[in-house]
Design a protein around this ligand. Structure first.
Ligand SMILES: [Zn+2]
Length: 196
């Protein structure tokens, strides 16, 4: 068969591809909880990625979200929770050091007085001030309200009456789990994997 014939045959045999409906693309973006083989929640991904993992045989659906996906040669329920089939060792998972992630880690709470504020009303405080040799690291940066920031000024903590609510640490899986819980609070299917 000539190349042209083959092309023509395909054109006659198959309907022209339809442009993706917006609704479908929205469904493909819904968050899916990813569990390790041990059922430990380790991540959140978009439904699209979760379906790829399932189709590749790397994960299996544990819960479905009620939507149905119809694609070319495929009809499947969209997962809400998937589980990896092979246990994945999670390295000390650390996020990029950024203002946003520091505020996320500290839950938008001033680490000196405990007041909960919007991101715009918080600043970052160097526990050991930069002028005293303090660096910009996870361990030396905390969320701080403006009054506490002014009160502390260029002092070391030991020179003030102020105390940290908790020792600042890098953003770890523990922190991620807190965020998974915040997102999962509204999804009853996630709850049993996140709250125990
Ligand atoms: Zn404060």
């Amino acid at each position: 068969m000539h190349e042209r014939d083959r092309r023509n045959k395909r054109h006659h045999g198959e309907p022209a591809p339809q442009p993706a409906k917006p609704r479908k693309s929205l469904i493909m973006q819904t968050p899916v909880l990813v569990l390790n083989a041990s059922y430990e929640p380790i991540n959140i991904c978009a439904a699209r990625r979760a379906i790829v993992l399932v189709l590749k045989g790397l994960a299996m659906p544990e819960e479905e979200n009620g939507h149905f996906l119809h694609a070319a040669r495929l009809a499947m329920r969209v997962p809400s929770v998937i589980r990896l089939l092979e246990y994945r060792r999670i390295p000390h998972q650390t996020r990029a050091l950024s203002r946003k992630n520091i505020l996320l880690r500290d839950r938008n709470t001033c680490q000196y007085c405990g007041v909960l504020l919007s991101s715009g009303d918080l600043t970052l405080d160097h526990v050991i001030p930069r002028s005293r040799g303090g660096s910009s690291t996870w361990e030396n940066l905390v969320a701080c309200c403006h009054p506490c920031n002014r009160r502390k000024g260029n002092h070391l903590l030991g020179e003030t009456e102020m105390k940290l609510m908790k020792e600042p640490r890098p953003f770890t899986l523990h922190t991620s789990r807190h965020i998974m819980r915040m997102i999962g609070r509204s999804d009853t299917k996630w709850r049993k994997y996140l709250f125990y």
